[in-house]
Design a protein around this ligand. Sequence first.
Ligand code: BES
Ligand code: MN
Ligand code: ZN
Length: 477
Amino acid sequence: MSVDAETVEIDPAECSADLVAVGMFEDEAIPTLATGAPGSRDASGKKGSAVVLYPSEDRRVVVVGLGRREDFGVEEARVAGATSQEALVGVNGGSLAFVLPDEGPAPRVAAALVEGAILSSFDFDHFREGEGRLEKIEILAPVDDETDSAIRFSRVCSNAANRARHLQSLPANFATPEFLADRAREIAGAHPAVEVEVLDREQIIAAGMGGLAAVSSGGREVEPRLITLKYTGRGSGEVLGLIGKSVTFDTGGISIKPSADMHEMKMDMSGGAAVLEAVAAIAELELELDLIAVLPATENVPSGTALKPGDVITQLNGKTVEVTNTDAEGRLILADALVHCARQGADRLVDIATLTGAVLVGLGSTYAALISDDDDLAAEVTAAAEETGELVWRLPLHEEYFELTKGEITDLVNASPQRKAGTIYAGSFLEQFTEGRPWAHLDIAGTAWGTGRAYWGKGPTGFGTRLLVELARRQAS
Ligand code: BES
Ligand code: MN
Ligand code: ZN
């Protein structure tokens, strides 16, 4: 499942990989590796194009179009990595080598090729035989430390993102809260710097996590879990808090969703999956920082014991909430998780959640929404996002949005009767639970699944996994 990647200092003509990918810019010459091969004139350099050629009996080359040289950057390299990997699938190969394009910063371009190839090789083959089998990537370039460590970083992050995508894809009868807890225990077992704590329903209730208790009250067979992971990579300094929405299935509860696309709500734990696998990657990379990750994990299902519209609950910080819509469940469990994360010692909070359908309307599948009460943290998250290509766009907070979240009989209501600024409303709600810590919220309901981007395809994206590791890396350095 995990793909290997390294730099190898050999002549591309001597490379024994199943497929050697070489880039070609638009309106430029055919790369020497391919010149003279039958059909080489079909290679165009057009962005997204790929022509497989056989310069000799035992060698296979794919000429990948990189578009115009002046437009070429890291994202284009990611796409080229993906295109090459698709070509590898086409020839049924397992090992892929890249000739580094002579454009852009070598370490970053090399890392992006690796990312694009690994990410595009994701195939959810849990319930049928798989199609791709990318096992090994070689970057054909002079070995140097900077390129080596960039490749290692992107390899670890991309494999982690693929594991998050696997979790996203697993249906609710497999990826239960306890299943996520088991994965957390597995991560802690593999890395001495990681500790795990898992609370069950009774403990969640006893702790005063009224939001998580309420949302999980409908499901009596599938038990909720509050999963906390602590990573000590430094032992001092600022503690980063990561919180991931982990609703393993969202029916809407008593405010039930229409049945048409309801099956898609198995991915309502995408934020938790990203956090979980980001922590695994951070531990694998031994990044020098401390962090606390919290996953509130539950189903949101209707039953005789379920939370009802109009019910009033008390969150972990004592604030009361009238639950006017049981389908606005994410904010209720995140509220407790934010407070818990802060109280466990996090100095800054970043939550990630498939929180609102409204973000799809506003930003589609290209940008996730970023909402933050702290300009420095928002800038850091944005910079990390630009680095990894998991794009975010900041939405505003304002007193008037906060007004909308105020209750008549309680401190807050979880959904407004007015259909105004749904994504910001949810953000304003969450802001009441940050315990005064700098906080950033990522709404990934539009980007977690079905973006259609070259290296993500139609399915799960693992959105946020690489971004969170990059954020941690920035804090560590
Ligand atoms: N999990 C959904 C949001 C969602 C929508 C995720 C589409 C992925 C794709 C969330 O719990 C939800 O149901 N939100 C409601 C909130 C509303 C009732 C205020 C929504 O956005 O419709
Ligand atoms: Mn919902
Ligand atoms: Zn939900």
